[in-house]
Design a protein around this ligand. Structure first.
Ligand code: ASP
Ligand code: MG
Length: 407
């Protein structure tokens, strides 16, 4: 098999960890696989470099920031290659440019356009191991670019696709995706498989293990990802295309996010353009609005409630005070202690009664639902933050997620 392995910051965070990572690479090589290895910077290193630049100026030039932070991955790629060579393995490090990662010119958040991987392939074909810096590339003019925080995951998946690898193994400090947070539900179960779509829904809810873009990319090209621990060599979770076994259960997991705030505008004159008038200025401020509910109007007035990340609560309230005065709304109220709890599963498409079961379970615990929103494979409720643990527990039990899935 041709495997692209990716090691995150904690897996290369020290010389000791780099030795351990070399053990894993050597082990796969001994099994007869061909390997390209993508590495992150040592954990904390990217933050350290950014902080150095900020000691000089609050707004460093983004081209120079990229030149700066790209060094983090070069350190770990070279060190891992050195350690592999010491063991007699024909390993060689490649920077983003050397590995052929061509990106657009949006510094600090570049997108990969193409990977010219001939040089890397030649090294693999000659029996060598390629150790590639994640997170970076170069644009058409040869400027160094980086892919946004957590971008090494995307580098690894993109390289796996370009090399037509059989699988992309992502080694990290967690050993897989669980049916919910084991800190809340101790008998939460590690999932053997999860679909790309479910992974995206779980990730956007705070189970932030893989960069979202890497999952979207893998989904588009049907590249399976094996998410696993570099600390303990046990099978992790395979993120892959949906199959029948996944549909057998109505729900795959329960996700939550405490980091939410809710804003309600009361008595706003109901006419075409109010939603645009309310949400336009919020979008202009770069704030992501999530759940939105608008009531039917009474006497020409309506209410709108929506949620934003808690860190944007104050800024959003300030915008709303201004907007509401302009639009003649009666009042604005905010609550920055709400949270989202969701049940996620592709099985929802073929099972009925999922919403009812969810609402019954929450009601049985006396948990008040403030807002509800759904997608094809997810139902989300907004509740008071103090009920999150209780809600997660009762939903995990109601859908019997502790029981192993068949198939
Ligand atoms: N080193 C980069 C970061 O910390 C990229 C990565 O680790 O994926 O964001
Ligand atoms: Mg990461």
């Amino acid at each position: 098999m041709l495997i692209v392995q990716k090691f995150g910051g904690t897996s290369v965070g020290s010389i000791e960890r780099i030795r351990r990572t070399a053990d894993i690479v050597a082990g796969e090589l001994a099994r007869g696989h061909r390997l390209a290895v993508v590495v992150s910077a040592m954990s904390g290193e990217t933050n350290r470099l950014i902080a150095l630049a900020h000691e000089l100026t609050p707004e460093p030039d983004s081209r120079e920031l990229d030149a700066l932070v790209a060094t983090g991955e070069q350190v770990t790629a070279a060190l891992l290659a050195i350690e592999l060579q010491r063991r007699g393995i024909d390993a060689r490090s490649f920077t983003g440019a050397q590995a052929g990662f061509r990106t657009d010119s949006s510094h600090v958040r570049a997108r990969i356009q193409h990977i010219a991987c001939e040089r890397l392939l030649a090294h693999l074909d000659a029996g060598g191991v390629a150790v590639v810096t994640g997170f970076q590339g170069t644009d058409e003019q040869g400027n160094i670019t980086t892919l946004g925080r957590g971008g090494s995951d995307t580098s690894a998946v993109a390289l796996a696709i370009a090399l037509k690898a059989d699988i992309c193994d992502i080694y990290t400090d967690v050993d897989g995706i669980y049916t919910t947070d084991p800190r809340i539900v101790p008998n939460a179960r590690k999932m053997a498989r999860i679909s790309y779509e479910e992974m995206l829904e779980m990730a956007s809810l705070g189970a932030k293990v893989l960069q979202t873009r890497s999952v979207e990319l893998a989904m588009r090209h049907d590249m399976p990802i094996h998410l696993r621990s570099s600390f303990e060599l046990v099978p992790g979770t395979i993120v892959t295309r949906e199959d029948e076994s996944m549909e057998r259960a109505a729900i795959s997991g329960v996700a939550y996010n405490r980091d939410e705030a809710k804003i309600t505008i009361k008595g706003i004159p109901d006419h075409p353009g109010i939603a645009a008038g309310v949400f336009g200025p919020v979008a202009d401020a770069g704030i992501n609005v999530d759940v939105i509910v608008q009531n039917i109007s009474e006497h020409g007035l309506t209410d709108i409630t929506f949620t934003v990340p808690r860190s944007d609560f104050r800024a959003t309230m300030a915008i709303m005070d201004k907007v509401c005065a302009e639009m003649g709304a009666k009042s604005v109220a905010g609550d920055d202690s709400v949270a989202k709890v969701s049940v996620v599963g592709v099985g929802m498409r073929s099972h009925s009664g999922v919403a009812r079961k969810m609402f019954d379970a929450l009601a049985s615990e006396g948990i008040n639902i403030q807002m509800i929103t759904t997608s094809e494979i997810k139902i989300t409720v907004v509740v008071d933050e103090q009920h999150v643990d209780q809600a997660v527990r009762v939903l995990h039990a109601a859908f019997e997620l502790e029981k192993p899935r068949e198939g």
